[in-house]
Design a protein around this ligand. Structure first.
Ligand code: SAH
Length: 259
């Protein structure tokens, strides 16, 4: 399935191996080497056959993170050595996955690259929370942003554009910035009571879903652990699809922070 000397960027989904595509699983079986990110769950790695070389290249792999240049280098060298390379990434490779850099570098060296999509964290979090990311009339837009700032820098986000009451905002890598996200969105006009879901370790056994509201987001973010966490913000995030007049009041009592 993988031609020798070529690379597949493969989406591993949010962690639960059952959320891997069948194609991703076939690719893992056909690889000679798999370079994987820290976000890739152990259940997914367990699907990689014993004779395939598994190489961690991510930040949480218990050693120093490889910088993007050295990851690019590893991929190029493996491909040029004729290996069947899988680059396994958490979620979907095309969402905050640095896949463009890797593809460009591989193309520069004449290596052919393909992508196998995966379930991104926002989709998986919505499924776990039994909500829809879009809602007819109420949430007509879905925005994916990253709130990861370089060390010592503030977030460079268009807060006025993001503070759209008719949109759902999915903030990746946003836990550390929860206070700034809350402050800036409220300052830009989004209501303090806007529903927010903080979703940690989605699809994994230690998954945690915290329903809160925008003005209380910093407290909720502090209350969760240090697993990967996604922030979902907007009307669509109101639990159990309770968006009608009756539902809205029924749900008010449920906006508790579960710790
Ligand atoms: N390509 C990935 C995103 C990589 S950025 C995707 O499509 O999902 C890393 C961020 O993704 C994390 O900081 C977190 O915000 C989110 N994320 C990834 N896996 C997650 C999970 N299982 N639960 C919650 N958030 C997750």
């Amino acid at each position: 399935m993988i031609a020798p000397g070529s690379v597949w960027l493969v989406g591993a989904g949010p962690g639960d191996p059952d959320l891997l595509t069948r194609k991703a699983e076939k690719l893992l079986r056909s690889a000679s080497v798999v370079f994987y990110d820290a976000l890739v769950g152990p259940g997914v790695l367990a699907l990689v056959p014993d004779d395939v070389r598994l190489v961690p290249v991510g930040k949480r792999s218990g050693r120093h993170s490889k910088d993007q240049d050295s990851i690019n280098d590893l991929l190029v060298r493996a491909a040029l050595a004729g290996e069947r390379v899988v680059r396994l990434k958490g979620g979907d490779p095309s969402v905050f996955g640095r896949s463009a850099e890797e593809m460009t570098e591989l193309a520069t060296h004449g290596v052919s690259v393909h992508i196998c999509p995966g379930i991104t964290a926002a989709s998986a979090a919505a499924a776990s929370a039994s909500i829809s990311l879009t809602l007819r009339g109420l949430a007509r837009k879905l925005t994916l942003v990253t709130a990861h700032a370089r060390a010592g820098e503030t977030l460079d986000l268009e807060w006025n554009a993001l503070a759209d009451p008719k949109a759902t905002l999915a903030i990746y890598m946003g836990k550390a910035a929860a206070k700034e996200v809350s402050d800036q969105l409220v300052r830009s006009g989004l209501a303090g009571e806007t529903p927010v879901l903080v979703a940690e370790n989605v699809s994994l056994p230690d998954e945690r879903l915290v329903h809160t509201r925008l003005d209380l987001l910093p407290i909720a973010a502090n209350a969760i652990g240090d697993g990967p966490a996604l922030l979902l913000i907007g009307e669509a995030v109101r639990p159990n699809g309770a968006h009608g007049a009756n539902g809205a009041s029924a749900i008010r009592n449920r906006q508790t922070i579960r710790t």
